[in-house]
Design a protein. Structure first.
Length: 69
């Protein structure tokens, strides 16, 4: 289920960076977005970790949490 969500998440992240008015250089050009920038922003959201689920609802709740980020 998570693998199916990844392409959509990537597309949403790219669109967010493309349309956001993030930091820019002295010439007003946006700074390039790197994986480090993305990871920093993602980690600020404090995502829950997932190791195993004792019930299917646990996995569903984790996916729901990740989708909200």
């Amino acid at each position: 289920a998570l693998q199916a969500l990844l392409p959509q998440l990537r597309a949403e992240i790219r669109e967010e960076f493309r349309t956001s008015s993030g930091p820019s250089d002295a010439g007003g050009n946006p700074l390039p977005v790197t994986i480090h920038t993305w990871l920093e922003l993602f980690n600020k959201q404090k995502p829950h970790s997932f190791k195993k689920a004792t019930a299917p609802v646990d996995a569903k709740n984790w996916i729901s949490h990740m989708e909200k980020i």
